[in-house]
Design a protein around this ligand. Structure first.
Ligand code: SF4
Length: 225
């Protein structure tokens, strides 16, 4: 258990570690790591996919158009970026903004898991398929599970996982934006501590550090949807 007040220090120590990371090939072409930003004591944490061009340049998550939409959605529920913590599954940018590879996720996931352990949010809002599948430990796609809270495996029911669409999917699609807005409107209820039931067929309390999906012999990509 990380004491309140120590979490900022612990995050800074972890950031320093990630800055030296060479666990996967993405380290070769990065301009900056994109560790995460926001409050170390946040009650809600958002987890996206991977840095894009602007994030890599600035070393900050969600600084492009998708980031602006995320800020707007936060505003709907009376929050700002400073009230929450925002991170990605991968801390380095995949070339050409391609999808993360399973082996990259497998190498990098330890950092996200440590961020979660330090921050200990009440709610983790996964943005899109990659973070949802990784943190739920289930193969269900985001279009099926968005807007349905579930306990984060391994958290003993203390942390709710709340999948929503990735903001990038709602930038130019009005129907997706409506879905995203409606899902965001449920977040305050979760922060109020409403009980979260496991999804049918879900393991109630699996260890959080589960093995990654089997790494294929050829590089394989997951889908945003
Ligand atoms: S993506 Fe993650 S595992 Fe790969 S080099 Fe960057 S920090 Fe390390």
């Amino acid at each position: 258990m990380v004491e309140v007040g120590d979490s900022q220090t612990s995050l800074e120590e972890l950031r320093a570690e990630v800055e030296q990371c060479r666990r996967c090939a993405l380290s070769r072409d990065r301009t900056n790591i994109v560790f995460g930003s926001g409050s170390a004591d946040a009650l809600i944490m958002f987890v996206g996919e991977a840095p894009g061009y602007h994030e890599d340049q600035q070393g900050q998550p969600f600084v492009g158009q998708a980031g602006k939409l995320l800020e707007k959605l936060l505003g709907r529920i009376g929050l700002t970026r400073d009230d929450v913590y925002i991170a990605n599954v991968l801390k380095c940018r995949p070339p050409g903004n391609r999808d993360p590879l399973l082996e990259e996720i497998d190498e990098c996931r330890v950092y996200l898991e440590r961020q979660v352990a330090i921050i200990e949010p009440l709610v983790i809002c996964t943005l899109g398929n990659f973070s949802t599948k990784l943190l739920s430990g289930r193969p269900d796609g985001i279009t099926r599970v968005h807007g349905t809270p579930q306990p984060l495996p391994g958290s003993g029911g203390r942390i709710s996982l709340f999948p929503v669409l990735h903001p990038a999917a709602a930038l130019y699609t009005a129907a997706n934006l409506k879905i995203l807005e409606e899902d965001f409107d449920h977040l305050p209820q979760l922060l109020d501590g409403k009980a979260v039931e496991p999804l049918p067929g879900a393991a109630v309390d699996q260890p959080q550090q589960q093995p990654a999906p089997e790494t294929p012999s050829e590089p394989e990509q997951l889908d945003l949807f």
